[in-house]
Every structure is written in C-alpha cells, then in structure tokens.
Ligand binder design. Sequence first.
Ligand code: GLU
Length: 310
Amino acid sequence: MKQRLRAVLNEIEVELKNATTRGKVADYIPPLAQVDPAKFGIAVMLHDGTLISAGDAQEKFSIQSISKVFALTLALGKRGDAIWHRVGREPSGDPFNSSILLELEKGMPRNPFINAGAIVISDILLSSHQPRETIGEIVRFVQSIAEDDDIYIDEVVAKAEDRTGFNNAALANLLKANKNLDNLPPHVLGVYHHQCALAMSCEQLACAGLFLSASGRNPISNHRIVSVERALRINALMMTCGHYDGSGDFAFRVGVPAKSGVGGGILATVPGIASIAVWSPGLNQHGNSLLGTRALELLCRRMGWSIFGR
Ligand code: GLU
C-alpha cells in the first residue's frame, strides 16, 4: 500500500503542477494576497507513523479555518457537550462569513466551523482569561497533538486580520447583542484571528490531525486526545460542515471528513487509515482550495478511501 500511495502522490503532484486554472488566492487578508498560487504540497500520515509527502509539503502556510477543528476539540475538552447550547451542528448552506442566518436565528450560529460559530468557540476558550493566555493555550495544544514545538502564530497575518476583519467584527457584535458572547468582541476577535494565523506545513498538519483518523488516540504515541465518541462526532461535523456551502459537493466528490481554510489548506481524515493535509493557495467560489480539493478527489478515488464504500 505504501508503495502505491507514494506513486499516487507523485502522479497527483505532476498532474496538477501545470494546471492553468488554480483558483484565486484570498486577498481580503492582505498578507495572504502575496502567497504564490503555484505552491502545492500534500502529506499523508499512516497509523504506523509513515509520512509520505510530495511538493511543498514542508513549507508553512496560514492554516486559517483548519484551526477551527483544533479550537473545537479544545473547547469540548473544557466544557463538554455544554457548548452545544451556544452553537449548532447543522450545515449552514451559506458562505463562511455570512451573518444572514445569525440574525434570523437570534445569535445561535449553525455550526462551529462557520466564522460565527468559531467566534463563539473562541469566546468559550477565552472564558475569564486574558486573550494572550488563551492564544498561548491554543498554540501549546496544537504543538502537543502534532508532537512538534515548531508551530507558531504568524503575527503579521494575525495583526492584518485584526485590522481588516470588519465582517468578523460585525458577527462578533451580533453575537454579543444576542447574549451569545461572554467577553468583549475585540478580545474574542483577538483570540479568533490569532488562532486562524497559525502557520503549519502539510506534514505538521497531517500529524496534528492523526488522532481524528484513529478514534481519538494518537496511534503512534498511544496518547489519547479525545474519547472515541468525540472523535467520531468531530469527523461528522467535518463531513457535513467542513467546507461551508461547498460541503455537499466536497462529500460528493471526495467522500472523507475534511476541513478547509482560506489559506488554501485542507485537513482530511480517512478513518482507520490515515490523516491527509494538502495545500494549494488558489480558492474556488466557496473559499475552498480548488486544486487541494481536486488532489483529494484523485487521491481518495485512486486509493479507494471514500468512507461511503468502494
Ligand atoms: N480568518 C478567516 C476569516 O475569519 C478564516 C476563514 C476561512 O479560513 O475560511 O475570514
């Protein structure tokens, strides 16, 4: 299987290298507009610790909304199922940054992976701490699950989003007005924008997500990160809500739980088999990596990895 996987990753890298349609890099966060759209990396980590990668898989990029998976995991660990009184578990069918449903549904975000829901999760993590402490806690958590200390926040990206994230400020204010934030919007947004600015490579991300493909336990260190039930549920949310209003199409084409970010990364899990991270900065109309999705579609088809059968 490993030999086949290595060959498939190389094939995909070659096939996508010269693609002329690569999507559009996110330019609403100024530093992300500077990222080279020709970059492409992919890494797969298997349960015996084998890491197979191709392309720019060791280069760090802004993980953006992929961080919502880690923040949710941390919040569930602190507050358990009580978080579901403040955020739902349904796909929104709306763009990632939409405020339409939030207003109609009185400040209860549809799920933790759209911006409004992730801002509520940041508020839960902030609880009564200082934003700095919470940001440090998130970084340490991601370092621990990736078993890698070389993971940090890109302050340039975080500050740029703090300066320009007016849409997120609107969401935070709407949440606060509806009594679904305990802390002040600027403090919550500071945490949220910093977590989004985590810089990681595909190889680091594949390691960090491995527990989700192994029922909540790191299969290499044997370290349990979440309960079996919780891991299954996080995967279910990734499957149904991980690609915003493109989640149905992603499930249709790729067929594994995954979470995207506007930095062009996608973290995917193949339950019982592997964790995958891919990066290509150009995005499709839903804000999901265009070639990253294509790469996962090819990989899961060629390896027979859809969770829906083969
Ligand atoms: N920091 C980004 C935002 O709030 C995350 C969006 C994403 O990656 O989908 O707009």
